[in-house]
Design a protein around this ligand. Structure first.
Ligand SMILES: [Zn+2]
Ligand SMILES: [Zn+2]
Length: 314
């Protein structure tokens, strides 16, 4: 996994889980988790079956070659898939010590019933993410974004989409998959089922295909501000939100951050005066969608405007 430094993250966290890496053990290292995914088709095609590094990553949910959902457990006994338990390379090779066997019951994972259940569009999007991880950059809405920045922002976007308060409104079924352990810190996408992550892959893929219009459209339809999205960065506040994600949301959705020019304020002051016959600064600030209703600059412009009105009348 360390080979992904500079591609998936800029450095490895000294402690704690690595973002995007699916855990194979719980926090106390006692219980096994379904953190290892495999594609039976890939294992079938390999001359010597081996596990791909990316099968441990949360954003990898389907195989773009075989166009099927990755499996994360033995289809026969339901045990999590764990390469280490097979003792490959430790002793004399045996028929059991091969990557395609279930460590528990010995079932051949290559024979797991798999059929193509993924459309071309979705597999293209999965390919895009895997290519980004390989190349170190991606094109988002006509702009080149470094992969570390991209995956940082994608984590925020996925976490946002995963939130049940609005996922249904965004067309993601809240019943679509369950978290393995609801007592776990719910911020982590790494504890979300493959099925749910596949739905997130699809939704985020649609957004990225039409960046940023579709996301902005959906968020404004539901009345969601940029703050609702950016709060998913709260665990790493020092790093800030990557620019590629921050900019369009800031530009199109975040009225609270908007700072009007003096000329714009004056326009609204004139308009309010024409409508009401008098001007109040808090009304001007409200119409301009400003952060606070009591803004000293707006107050000053109103006062000057009203004073001038009075003077001309006299
Ligand atoms: Zn495959
Ligand atoms: Zn098994």
């Amino acid at each position: 996994m360390e080979s992904l430094v500079g591609l998936l993250w800029n450095e490895i966290e000294a402690r704690g889980a690595r973002k995007w890496v699916l855990p194979t053990l719980d926090k106390h290292r006692k219980t096994l988790r379904f953190g290892q995914q495999v594609c039976p088709g890939c294992l079938r095609d390999d001359a010597v079956p081996y596990f791909r590094k990316s099968w441990r990553l949360a954003f990898h949910t389907i195989c773009p070659v075989h166009r099927n959902t990755l499996i994360d457990r033995c289809p026969c006994c339901g045990a999590p898939i764990i390469l280490e338990r097979l003792d490959i390379g430790m002793f004399v090779p045996t028929s059991q010590a091969v990557a395609y066997r279930c460590w528990k019951c010995g079932a051949d994972l290559r024979e797991a019933v798999q059929f193509s259940d993924v459309d071309l569009e979705l597999s293209k999007h999965q390919m895009l993410l895997l290519d980004c991880l390989r190349r170190g950059w991606i094109n988002v809405g006509g702009r080149v974004v470094y992969s570390t920045q991209f995956f940082e922002g994608l984590w925020i976007l996925w976490s946002f989409l995963d939130d049940n308060r609005w996922s249904k409104g965004l067309g993601i079924d809240p019943q679509d998959g369950t978290r393995e352990d609801r007592s776990m810190n719910r911020q982590s996408l790494s504890h979300t089922s493959t099925k749910r992550r596949r739905a997130l892959l699809e939704k985020a893929g649609n957004y990225l295909n039409d960046w940023p219009d579709r996301l902005v459209h959906d968020m404004s339809k539901l009345g969601l501000s940029g703050g609702k999205l950016f709060r998913f960065q709260k665990h790493y506040p020092s790093r800030g939100v990557p620019f590629w994600l921050w900019e369009p949301v800031h530009l199109f959705l975040d009225g609270t951050m908007y700072i009007p020019s003096d000329a714009e304020v004056l326009e609204v002051v004139r308009w309010v005066f024409a409508r009401d016959g008098f001007v109040r600064a808090n009304e001007v600030a409200r119409l301009l969608n400003m952060r606070t209703r009591s803004n000293a600059r707006v107050f000053e412009i109103c006062r000057t405007f009203s004073g001038r009105r009075l003077n001309t009348r006299q």
